[in-house]
Design a protein around this ligand. Structure first.
Ligand code: TMP
Ligand code: ASP
Length: 261
C-alpha cells in the first residue's frame, strides 16, 4: 500500500489516498486552532502525541466491540484508517458542564450533570459549527433515524468506557467530541466511529488538582500544552515514566517504537 494524493485537509489533520481504495492515511499536524480558526498556532510535537493517544483509545474501544476506522498506526504522525463517508455532525458528550454550554446557558463551570448529555453540532466551519437538534438532523437528512439510534448507543458505551479508563489514571473526563462515518461495502452502509479522540477533542482535568490536561491550555492561553498532553500519554502507559516531556524525546521515542514494529 502506497501513499497517494491529498484528499482533504482539516484544521488538525490531513487525509491522503492510498493505493487501496478502501483505506486512507490520516496525518496529524502540529497546528492548533480554537474558536473556529480565530486563534491559531503551531505547537511542535502535538501531532505526534495525538496520534499515539488516539491510537491507544481507539484500539481499546475496538477491544470492547466499538467498531471504528483505525487499522493501524504507520509512524509517528500517520495512521491507516478505513475510508468512510463522514456524517456532518459533531457529537458532543458532556459529563460536567464546561466550555460553550456554560456561556450559552449560564451554567457554572464544573457543574456535574446527572446523566451524560449529548449535543449535536453541524460540522460546518463557515457557519461556526452551530448547535442543532435531533429534528434538524432528520429534517435536512444529515443522518437517518436508525443511524442516530445506533450512534447514541455507541456514544453511551464509549463514554462509560472512557470515563472509567481516565478515572483509573486520576483524570476526570469532562466532555468530548466524536465523529462517525458510513463504511460502505457490498451496497451496504454501517456507521462506525471515525476521526480522533485526543486531548484536542476532550476536556480532561486532573482528579486531584482540576489542572487542565487538554486543549483548553491553548484556548485559554495557559501554556504548557505539550507537558499536559505528555502527562496524559504517560498516565495511559503510552510514554514511560522516565521519559522527558521534551518534544525531541517524544519524537525520538515514537520513531524508535515505530521502527521496532
Ligand atoms: P465546547 O465546550 O466548545 O462546545 O466543546 C465541547 C467539547 O468538544 C470539548 O471537549 C472540545 C470538543 N470540541 C472539538 O473537539 N472540536 C470542536 O470543534 C468543538 C467546538 C469542540
Ligand atoms: N476545533 C475548533 C477550532 O478550531 C474549536 C475548538 O476546538 O475550540 O476552531
Amino acid at each position: 500500500m502506497r501513499k497517494g494524493k491529498k484528499l482533504y485537509e482539516g484544521k488538525a489533520k490531513i487525509i491522503y489516498a492510498t493505493t487501496d481504495k478502501n483505506l486512507v492515511i490520516q496525518y496529524f499536524k502540529d497546528d492548533a486552532t480554537a474558536f473556529n480558526n480565530q486563534k491559531k498556532s503551531v505547537i511542535e510535537g502535538k501531532g505526534v502525541l495525538n496520534n499515539r493517544i488516539s491510537e491507544h483509545i481507539l484500539s481499546n474501544l475496538s477491544q470492547i466491540g466499538i467498531k471504528n476506522h483505525l487499522v493501524k498506526r504507520l509512524n509517528m504522525r500517520e495512521q491507516v484508517v478505513k475510508l468512510v463517508e463522514i456524517i456532518p455532525i459533531e457529537f458532543i458528550v458532556r459529563n460536567v458542564a464546561s466550555g460553550s454550554i456554560t456561556k450559552r446557558l449560564s451554567i457554572e463551570d464544573g457543574t456535574i450533570l446527572k446523566e451524560p448529555l449529548i449535543e449535536y453540532c453541524l460540522k460546518d466551519d463557515k457557519l461556526g459549527d452551530p448547535l442543532i437538534s435531533e429534528e434538524h438532523i432528520y429534517a435536512f437528512e444529515w443522518a437517518e433515524k436508525d443511524e442516530i439510534k445506533k450512534i447514541k448507543k455507541m456514544i453511551l458505551r464509549i463514554n462509560d468506557f472512557m470515563v472509567g479508563m481516565f478515572r483509573g489514571v486520576n483524570i476526570r473526563l469532562i466532555d468530548f467530541k466524536l465523529e462517525f462515518g458510513r463504511l460502505k461495502s457490498d451496497g451496504k452502509s454501517e456507521v462506525i466511529l471515525a476521526d480522533e479522540i485526543s486531548p484536542d477533542t476532550c476536556r480532561l482535568w486532573d482528579s486531584v488538582t482540576d489542572k487542565k490536561l487538554d486543549k483548553d491550555r491553548f484556548r485559554k492561553g495557559l501554556g504548557d500544552l505539550i507537558p499536559a498532553y505528555s502527562e496524559v500519554a504517560r498516565r495511559l502507559g503510552i510514554l514511560h515514566e522516565q521519559t522527558n516531556v521534551s518534544v525531541v524525546n517524544i519524537t525520538k521515542l515514537s520513531s524508535v517504537k515505530s521502527k521496532r514494529k
